[in-house]
Design a protein around this ligand. Sequence first.
Ligand code: IPM
Ligand code: MG
Length: 357
Amino acid sequence: MKIAVLPGDGIGPEIVAEALKVLDVFRGEGVKIETEAGDIGGVAVDRQGDPLPAATLALCQGADAILFGSIGGPQYDTLQREMRPERGLLRLRKALDLFANLRPAQVFPELAEASSLKAEIVAGLDIMIVRELTGDIYFGEPRGIAINAAGERVGTNTMVYSESEIRRVAHWGFQAARQRRRELCSVDKMNVLETTQLWRDVMMEVAPEYPDVKLTHMLVDNAAMQLVRNPRQFDVIVTGNLFGDILSDEASMLTGSIGMLPSASLNAVGLGLFEPIHGSAPDIAGRGIANPLAQILSVSMMFRYSLKRPELADRIDRAVRSVLQQGIRTADIARPGEAVASTARMGDAVVAALRAQ
Ligand code: IPM
Ligand code: MG
């Protein structure tokens, strides 16, 4: 198994280092894992003048899976758009056609108190957001800022989806639902936007192929409200790139900490990029206090979805549960007065739990 490792910026390198400890445990048990590191994001701009250097893209194209940290930082905010760290990630998603983005939001029983919602609202929460990742207003043309006839600046982005783009992610949504409670909620804004009228139409066209899955539809504004009103009504949510970006951040907070949530971005042949859904957290970077669990759980998703070693994924999931049960907490998930573990201490605890299995 060849894994491209892209630590990126901010806390990325610190938490990726902890995830690599997990790979070392499996290597020690004889699992054949090769890793090779590449630059992406701000660090790639600094070193190579490009947020996605050709060598990094080639490394990813030749790998079985990509383990990604995080990108971005305030020092890059004034760069022109093509040089921004985010462009590196967006270009990589597009180049590898990673259209299916799985973002689970699960409340660990040990952390139900850490949510900003009441524990009784979120206890047992288990949502899977399937976000389309290579289309929509993120990539639509025309785009840009131009001067109109009146000499005024006008900003343009284009929300666009073809039916084939919608259909292929619809299948991911239905199939994810099939592995779970068989309820799929498609989120759109069809009362206003034609693009999402087509989204809804295609969802309904695909539905007969999955008679065992119950398909419902919800407008995105209502979905944002329902997520904080009664989040447990959702099983799988399928939605477009922009709505999925926003709703997945919202859903993450229900679980207590954005520092706990992994994600998988997959293409049609199973190549995937695995990253925490949180960003580079420049405010805490370099201090050794970031929570590495989202990154470690991203390794679990990598074994499950790209490397097809679900038993290793299960072991990581169990090890993470076990450290939480032991009461080990990084600052983001600690309650006032609770002892706080460093990034490395948390990673070491997961390693110890894996070895003890
Ligand atoms: C995410 C992030 C990215 C996105 C940024 C960093 C480009 O917010 O993965 O959710 O908007 O997709
Ligand atoms: Mg986001």
